[in-house]
Every structure is written in C-alpha cells, then in structure tokens.
Design a binder for this molecule. Structure first.
Ligand SMILES: [Zn+2]
Length: 568
C-alpha cells in the first residue's frame, strides 16, 4: 500500500496546534500515585503494558490499513515534519479515518483509504446487499450456528468461498491476547488488593478461551469492586459497526433471524482504561447511587417492562471516580470527543443478562480538560447575562453522573435493539433526558442544592445542547442533544430574545423534561424502527437557532481534536 497523505503540512499543523485540546493524564509525581503501595505501583505499570497492546487490537478492528499505516508514519516521522504531523493526527483519532464531530465528511488521512461502514470487522469489499444475500442463503441451507457466529459481538468476519465465517476474537487476536493475559497475571501478583487480584485472574483467563462464560465471570468480578486502589477496564462497546444492525432493515432476513432465534449483536470495539481510584470523588458519586431504585419506580410506564435495576434486593451498580493513567484502543479513538464516564457492561453482555452488575467509572482528567476562554465567549455572545453565573464545570459532572445512571433505567436491551439503526441515538437521548428530568428529585432529597440544579440546567443547555455543527447520525450523543434542544424550544422551555440571547423558563422546564422522557420511553417500548425514525426526524431539524449557534462556534474556532498526553 502506498501511503499518500491527503493534507498539507500546514493543514495538519493547524489541526494539531490550533484545533486540538490536550488531555493530560496523571504522571508519577501525582499525589494519588505517590500514595500507592510499591506493589500497586508495579501492578499499574503492567496494566499499562496490557493497555498498549490492546491498542493494536483496536487498530486492527477499526481499519485494515491502520497497523501498516502507523508503522509507516512512525518509521518516517523523524525524517519528515509533514509525516510527523500526520502521525500526530493519526494518534489523535487513533486510526487512518474517523469523524471529527464537526465536518460532515470523515477525516481520512491518506488518499484511497476510506472510512469503512463495517470497519475491519467485515471484509472491506462486502456491501450490504451481498451481506444480506449471503446470510439468507446460509440460513436457508441450515447453517444456523455459522450465521450466529457471524452476527456475534466477538467475531471478525471473513470470506469463506461463497459464504462468510466468524472468527472468534480469542482466535483472531491470539498473540495479542496471550501477551495481555500474561501482563494481567503479573499485575495480579503484585497488587495489594485481594478483590482486584482475583478479578485480574479471571480477566486473564477470559482472554485465553473462546468462551463467553469466561467474559461473563470476569465482568461479574469486575462490576462488584467498590473499594480497590486501582482501575483496569476492558471496554467492549459496539457503536462502530454499521453493518450488523442493517439486517433488521431487510424483512426476509429479519424474519429468518427471528425464526431461528439468532441474537444479532454489533461488533465490540475493544479498549483498555487504567486508573487510580479517587476516594473523595467516589464518595460524591455514591450519594447519587442510593436513590436509583426510587427513580426506577418513578420512570414512565414503569409497570410495562422489567426494571433491570430492581432485580434482586441490592442495587448491583458500583461507581468510582478515577484519576486516569492510560486510555487505549476505543477510548483513544478521539473522533468528535472523548469519554468522560462509562457504565459497563452494556445490556447485550452475558454478565448483565445473567444478573451481574454494572460498574461506572468517571474520568477526572478528561472532564477537567477544556477551552475556558472560548466558553466565556459563548456565554457573552449567546446567553442572557443573568444566566452566566450558573455555568459551571462541576455541574456538568453531576449531569454526567445522572446520564450514566440513566442507562441503568428504562426498557432493557430487547426493546432497545428492536428499533434497529436508531437504537443508539434513542438510548443516549434517553439517558440525557433521565438525568435532567430527575435532577429536581435530588434537590428534594438534599443531594444537591436548588442553586446547583440551575447550574446543571444552564451548563447542560449551553455546554452540550449548543452544538458546534449539525451532527451526523453516527454521533448518537450529539443527535440526542439536538433532539433535546429542539424539543425544549418547541415547548418554550427555552427561547431566544431579540438580541439572540438564551432565556430559560425555569417554571415549566421540569414539566417539559418529563413530557420528553415519556415520549422517549414510549418510542423504546414501541419496538418500532419507524416510530423511532419519525421521532428522530421530527426533532433533529437544523433550525436557524442551531445554525446561528454553530456559526458562533465556528467564528470562535473549533477544537475538535484531542491529544492524550501520557506519562507511563
Ligand atoms: Zn451514554
């Protein structure tokens, strides 16, 4: 492959110098690191080694040219400042291509290497029509198990004569997984904490066996840890694969899939996060946790579906605030953003289906990064002066806690998946709406003050609903924010005065948010892709207000790129 860089050196320098924000992870002088035992310090380094290896796995999953392109860039960066800049961009998006969250077209670093709908999970020359035809033929000739393998979250799919075959990750990535398992075993030996040690042992085994039960056991041990010094996470999320969910758009195929009770799950992109647990931050988060069962009862249509969170007597959700040491793989694919918190395992995972809990980890270094002078300029240009006092980063963190908790509430995965292509947009939008709609409840229960409630509203509307660009449908969080913005406008909870400055009607906002939550849950309960599409189309119009806000963002300069600064 010939690697011809599409961007000029000047363009790349502009992207990486003027349009990027540093996310600085913790270094060895950090107090939280210094306070670790010698054993935990050693364990941490081995966990970082495992994370770096996992990045190679994610690169291979993401694009067939990632690994060779990275090698080319690294080998030639020293001799060419142009190539060195291209390597910076590659590392920022962690691949040869990806959306940057601003431009409608994806960033593609090289000529003739494009973003692929099926990433590298599927053969790059496979189009959707052919994919459906092959699956239908295979099902009609009785190859049920083979199709189940193809539609599994944990297989790479390759051509096999006229057919396709799914290769389990433990086989496809056998070398990488064996290295990772080894590093985990060494870390397990050194760590001071028995619970963490035991989890690492299970996780290491899960990498060595083609057996979903092992993932389940590792996940279950991971999810219950509430008091450990270190954080290590295998992220398995399936937002990237655009091919698997299309099977529901083909009626004949969808019917066959149903008849044969095949569970089709999008492919997991893998990632690893390593951190040090922050005790103070964790205590605050736990205050929010204890109210989740009450919220489950307060959800709209609560009697119409099973509340996963009320299964069993104890709430199976752990939550920690972590100082981040390393982000690799999916976490480091900074394509239009970087995750500030993540609640795993997702509903499609065996551990959750069999009653295991979830663990939610918040990323302190990520949420503290940002562009402060631009934020003030946004307020000055677009927000009524009386509201400025309520813009606050910590308030945004509390919103995020509510969002992550929101994923644990509402109809389960069978409802979520049934709406097909739109499921991620609706699910993210649902989590946002739950967070906002239930904040007054936390005031009533004295977890937050009414002043903080206003801060959460204002910080959310200005910090998140004020979009910098019209979102592409592959950015489910941004699409959700656009839905909410239009919904609040239509229901007059927000408006813009003659000077074009944001006003908020705090008296009706609460009611409007609950109405929006009602409609959103109804969409999931409908199991209807059409209903989901109608809802999304109705509320993702790009109005004059959105265009104006995006223009102000553009004038002030967008910084869509992230540079993760690592010290380990
Ligand atoms: Zn979410």
């Amino acid at each position: 492959m010939d690697f011809k860089i599409k961007y000029s050196e000047e363009q790349l320098a502009d992207m990486m110098q003027n349009k990027s924000i540093n996310v600085e992870l913790v270094n060895k002088n950090f107090a939280g690191y210094q306070a670790l035992t010698d054993g935990d310090k050693k364990a941490l380094q081995h966990l970082v080694n495992a994370a770096k290896m996992m990045n190679n796995v994610a690169l291979e999953q993401d694009n067939p040219y990632n690994l060779s392109a990275k090698k080319y860039l690294e080998e030639n960066a020293a001799n060419s400042s142009h190539i060195a800049r291209a390597l910076e961009l590659f590392n920022s998006i962690n691949g040869v291509s990806g959306f940057n969250g601003v431009d409608e077209q994806p960033i593609e670093i090289f000529e003739n290497i494009t973003l692929l709908k099926g990433r590298n999970f599927y053969p790059q020359d496979l189009n959707i029509e052919e994919f459906h035809d092959i699956l239908i033929k295979m099902l009609k000739s009785g190859k049920i198990k083979e199709v189940q393998n193809i539609l599994s979250a944990r297989t790479m799919v390759r051509r096999d004569g006229e057919e396709l075959k799914g290769i389990d990750y433990t086989e496809y990535f056998a070398d990488e997984f064996s290295y990772i398992a080894n590093e985990l075993e060494v870390a397990a030996y050194y760590t001071s904490n028995n619970e963490f040690k035991e989890y690492l042992g299970w996780q290491a085994q899960a990498f060595l066996q083609n057996n979903e039960d092992m993932d389940m056991l590792a996940d279950k041990h991971w999810a219950v840890m509430q008091d450990t010094p270190l954080e290590f996470t295998i992220s398995r999320e399936n937002y990237d694969d655009e091919i698997t969910p299309t099977i529901y758009d083909n009626k004949e195929l969808a019917e066959l899939i149903n008849i044969h009770k095949i569970e089709a799950v999008s492919k997991d992109m893998l990632g690893v996060r390593v951190g040090i647990i922050n005790k103070e931050g964790t205590d605050l988060i736990l205050k929010f946790k204890q109210h989740l069962p009450d919220l489950a009862r307060l959800m709209p249509y609560a009697d119409k579906y099973n509340q996963t969170i009320l299964n069993g007597e104890e709430l199976k959700q752990t939550m920690v605030d972590a100082d981040i040491v390393e982000l690799q793989g999916d976490y480091a694919q900074c394509r239009g953003g970087i995750t500030t918190a993540q609640n795993l395992p997702n509903n499609d995972k065996l551990s959750v289906k069999t009653g295991g809990g979830r663990r939610n980890v918040y990323h302190r270094q990520v949420r503290m990064s940002g562009d402060k002078s631009k934020q003030q300029a946004i307020l000055d240009r677009l927000v009524d002066k009386s509201l400025h006092q309520y813009f606050d980063k910590e308030a945004d963190h509390l919103f995020v806690i509510g969002h992550e908790n929101g994923h644990s509430l509402g109809p389960g995965s069978e409802y979520q998946n049934a709406i097909g292509t739109y499921k991620h947009i609706i699910e993210e939008h649902k989590a946002d709406t739950i967070s906002l709609a239930f904040m007054p409840y936390y005031v009533k229960n004295e977890v937050i003050t009414s002043d903080m409630l206003k801060k959460i509203y204002v910080s959310y509307i200005v910090g998140r609903m004020f979009l910098a660009a019209r979102p592409h449908h592959m950015l489910p969080h941004r699409m959700g924010e656009l839905i909410q913005f239009n919904y609040l406008l239509e229901h007059k909870a927000i408006s813009f005065n003659q000077e074009g400055l944001l006003q908020i009607d705090f008296d009706i906002l609460d009611n409007v948010l609950h109405k929006m939550l009602d409609e959103t849950i109804a969409v999931q309960l409908s199991k209807s892709p059409t209903q989901a599409e109608n809802f999304i189309n109705k509320y993702t119009q790009w109005s004059e207000y959105s265009a104006k806000i995006a223009n102000v963002h553009k004038e002030l300069g967008l910084k869509p790129y992230k540079k993760i600064i690592r010290y380990f």
